[in-house]
Design a protein around this ligand. Structure first.
Ligand code: H79
Length: 568
């Protein structure tokens, strides 16, 4: 009897030990004990960054003295020799890093990324690798150091933009204008050594950094790019690195446009509050509606937004931009819970609006209501138990066979976005993404196109690129173009009543959508600005030829996609 108990006890204690060690193993594995392979991002760091959702991009340097674009104006608007001497006059005496950080925080931004070196090669920190840096300007203060310290003090994450290409460095194979000119003598390996030495300075002296934001790899291939990524991560294991070293990196970076819905790969849209990355006097600024809706559409697609300001040559962020940012901040003070720490979906973003989710909540951001009747939300494979407007109260909800109908009276709607909170009987993120409106096929998709003008007569920017359903390609016009048209032949007569035009850079100020009857162009719709994914409806017209007639643009207009929808 006694022996039996002793044996049983030994067996039991062994068993317990095995169980305990299994649990310990499991827990340490699932806590994501730091990934060993440095080519891979730390998942905990990635999640932390995604939860932040909203950051500030800052493009700054001596170029702000000219009001032209950083990097690109070297050898274009400004002769190279003049550009390279600008730093000798750069003295931004009103620069106050604490003030920049306060503005970012007031805007609801959770991280700041500064251009430490753009394509023009000028360095905003006390680098030992080149004399071409801020310490040799009349200002003589280390901007990166001051901003990193202010971020740390005020509790906001800090990261660095560092241009992969460098049109100033003698070893880089290309130079200005626009990196289109080859250097006879160059040494890419030696340049890569320079890049790494500088990245080491940034990480060691100003880290830890939230991200390293590389840009325009040009001559860097995937192998060289991966070398840069691995080097960066060997210095700081939990850093997040974008996709512009030549290798794939940790996240995608749609530029000047909102990325498509994607829960499988992290992404961050970078976009300017005005037209330029660098400061330009009286630059055209986005409306509060555009700014806030951009953030909502981005979060709704499961991405981050890196929203750019270009401080002035005296060091201040322009007051009207600060005002605009404050409007975003005020909105986020009310509705931040529907943005931070959420995931995009399950309703995919579109003309109607966007949605995010967290635990048992879905947040609908309704931007365009149906012309008549309630909002009809597609049925979900999970029960919706409640719909509410915060703080006004419950929303009338009616279930039909096809949809959940939501009734919000006109006076309770918000022109920027009406936020409706749905409660579901489960984890909202488990609901597979659904299209809100049925996906509409453009009648103009793949059709013959022509235009008044094509950038450099280049096939890359041909008129057909606006009708190829590829959001990564665009029709572009020559620099300096102030009016242009883009025509499509539908092949046969069709009745069209709605259109979507996705413009880059917000350059169009007045346009008409026209259609041809009896060799006469008539107007179907007239508008002022276009911008990202503009959708509009008009009295349906029947024609074979349609034309976007751009009557006024501040610079050469460029169109990612133009879609025409048939009336059914
Ligand atoms: O730093 C910003 C841009 O300078 C840089 N990436 C962001 C974050 C960038 N590098 N390449 N590109 C953007 C794509 C090229 C855009 C161009 Fe242009 C369109 C070059 C010339 C016409 C932008 C707009 C620069 C001048 C006008």
């Amino acid at each position: 009897m006694g022996d039996f108990y002793i044996i049983q006890e030994i067996v039991m204690s062994l068993f317990k030990r095995i169980i305990v060690s299994c649990v310990v193993l499991l827990v340490s594995a699932s806590c994501g004990a730091v990934e060993k392979d440095i080519s891979k991002v730390d998942p905990v760091a990635m999640k932390r960054w995604q939860d932040m959702r909203f950051g500030m991009f800052i493009h700054w340097g001596p170029v702000s003295l000219t009001g032209h674009e950083i990097g690109w104006s070297r050898g274009n608007q400004t002769p190279i020799a003049t550009y390279d001497q600008l730093y000798k006059q750069f003295n931004p005496t009103r620069f106050d890093a604490d003030q920049w950080v306060r503005i970012a925080k007031e805007t609801g931004m959770k991280y700041i990324i500064l251009t430490t070196k753009h394509h023009d090669g000028f360095c905003l920190w006390d680098t030992k690798q080149t004399e071409y840096n801020i310490m040799n300007s009349p200002f003589g203060r280390d901007v990166v150091k001051e901003l990193a310290a202010a971020c740390k003090k005020q509790g906001i994450a800090f990261g660095t933009y560092y241009s992969t290409c460098d049109w100033h460095h003698p070893d880089f194979p290309r130079t200005s204008p626009g990196g289109q000119v080859s250097r006879e003598k160059h040494n890419l390996d030696r340049y890569t050594g320079y890049l790494k030495a500088q990245v080491r300075e940034l990480l060691v002296n100003y880290g830890p950094l939230i991200t390293l934001w590389y840009d325009v790899p040009q001559e860097f291939n995937a192998q060289r790019g991966q070398g840069v990524i691995d080097f960066t991560r060997s210095l700081q294991r939990d850093i997040i690195i974008n996709n512009r070293t030549g290798a794939r990196g940790d996240f995608d970076t749609p530029e000047q446009k909102i990325g498509g819905f994607n829960r499988d790969r992290p992404w961050e849209t970078c976009m300017t509050i005005c037209q330029q990355w660098a400061w330009r006097p009286k630059d055209q600024m986005k409306s509060a509606q555009q700014c806030i809706q951009t953030l909502l559409q981005t979060a709704g697609g499961d991405g981050n937004l890196l929203f750019n300001v270009g401080p002035m040559p005296d060091g201040r962020i322009e007051p009207r931009q600060v005002e605009r940012l404050k409007e975003m901040g005020d909105w986020l003070k009310k509705y931040g819970h529907a943005i931070y720490g959420t995931r995009g979906g399950p309703f995919k973003p579109g003309y109607w609006g966007a949605s995010t989710c967290n635990e048992d909540k879905i947040y609908l951001f309704v931007m365009n209501w149906p012309k008549t009747g309630p909002l009809k939300v597609p049925i979900l494979p999970m029960k919706v138990t409640k719909a509410a407007l915060k703080p006004q109260g419950d929303v009338k909800m009616k279930r039909t066979e096809q949809a959940i109908e939501l009734y919000v009276p006109q006076e309770k709607r918000n022109p920027i976005a009406t936020v409706i909170e749905l409660t579901v009987a489960g984890k909202a993120f488990d609901i597979p993404p659904v299209n809100f409106a049925p996906e509409r096929k453009s009648a103009a998709s793949g059709k013959q196109a022509k235009a008044s003008n094509t950038f450099g007569n280049s096939e890359q920017y041909a008129p057909a690129k606006a009708f190829d359903q590829d959001p990564e390609t665009r029709w572009a016009t020559d620099a300096g173009t102030k009016a242009a048209w883009l025509e499509v032949d539908l092949g046969k007569e069709m009745t069209i009543g709605q259109a979507m035009i996705d413009e880059a850079w917000d350059r169009v100020h007045r346009f008409e959508l026209q259609y041809k009857v009896d060799s006469q162009w008539k107007r179907a719709h007239a508008g002022t600005t276009l911008g990202a994914k503009k959708e509009f409806a008009f009295d349906p017209v029947t024609a074979r030829y349609f034309k976007l007639n751009i009557l006024e643009a501040v610079e050469g207009p460029t169109i990612w996609e133009m879609q025409l929808y048939e009336e059914k």
